[in-house]
Design a protein around this ligand. Structure first.
Ligand SMILES: C[S@@+](CC[C@H](N)C(=O)[O-])C[C@H]1O[C@@H](n2cnc3c(N)ncnc32)[C@H](O)[C@@H]1O
Length: 268
């Protein structure tokens, strides 16, 4: 049996024809040598798919804004709605004053946000922080593979004592922080829950807005006058996040392409 025939046969009782065609296309594109392998290798990949492992962790790459990012289970798989956040930031930078834009991203993951911004806007000085050593390793690998110039640094943004490590102020602070309350775990699909890093996804039920509160406080010290905060959020708490920023900023909710309240832009 050929590669395609084997994959179709192995997956036919588990996925729709459309899903199987998509998997075949992605495997051929992202793992070009796979077709030269043998049946046992193809079957073992099918087993991983049947076990709900995301295809991006199997191929090791995920597309984002036209670039291919290396991913593994230390990092969140970049999502399409985050591309929309990056689009907003790009538009904002283009409209702004000439000169270098200084940007901080909080929660690097694969590095998809800061690297894409830096590649599309070479006149940016971009710093990105994450508390996860595994995520920083992946982000730095992407920075070097894609030839961007982002600085990645370890920092727990919830620990205010660590803030003294930042020098100067930023024009833009951006974050897609963890925002899913632990209690929503039961509603999530197995492929996310069993594979993606919980550190990237979940927050305590008692304080689901903790990152938005901290970033607001951080921005009070480290965002320039006329600076802007860009945030991704849970569609169910966008109004609560806006309310936090409305106290000192002019904040606006932006819907994603699915019509969900997904992003906040807060101008100082
Ligand atoms: C939702 S993921 C976003 C990853 C990436 N920016 C993206 O949009 O795909 C959140 C990231 O925040 C990081 N993170 C979690 N807690 C943190 C903390 N206390 N300080 C800094 N980063 C943290 C996680 O390790 C994870 O990489």
């Amino acid at each position: 049996m050929t590669f395609e025939e084997t994959i179709k046969e192995e997956l036919k009782d588990h996925f729709t024809k459309r899903e199987i065609s998509y998997y075949i296309k992605v495997l051929i594109e992202d793992m070009p040598l796979l077709k030269d392998g043998g049946k046992s290798e193809w079957v073992s990949i099918c087993k991983r798919l049947i076990d709900q492992e995301p295809i991006q962790y199997i191929t090791g790459v995920a597309p984002f804004y036209g670039y291919f990012f290396q991913v593994d289970n230390n990092v969140l798989i970049p999502r399409p709605e985050t591309e929309e956040l990056v689009y907003l930031i790009n538009e904002h930078i283009k409209k702004g004053n000439k000169g270098t834009t200084r940007i901080l991203e909080i929660g690097s993951g694969s590095g998809c946000i800061p690297i894409t911004i830096n590649l599309l806007n070479p006149d940016t000085d971009v710093l990105s922080v994450d508390v996860s050593a595994g995520a920083l390793e992946v982000a730095r690998a992407n920075n070097s593979k894609l030839e961007s110039n982002v600085i990645f640094r370890s920092c727990d943004i919830l620990d205010e004592d660590k803030w003294t490590g930042f020098s100067g102020k930023f024009d833009i602070i951006v974050s897609n922080p963890p925002y899913i309350p632990n209690k929503e775990k039961s509603l999530m699909s197995a492929n996310v829950l069993d594979n993606e890093p919980h550190l990237a996804l979940f927050v305590e039920d008692a304080d689901p807005l903790i990152f938005y509160d901290k970033i607001m406080k951080f921005a009070g010290e480290y965002l320039k006058e006329n600076g802007t905060v860009f945030l991704e959020c849970n569609e169910y708490n966008a109004k609560d996040v806006k309310a936090i920023y409305d106290e000192e900023y002019s904040a606006e909710i932006i819907k994603d392409m699915q019509g969900k309240e997904r992003m906040i832009i807060a101008r100082k």
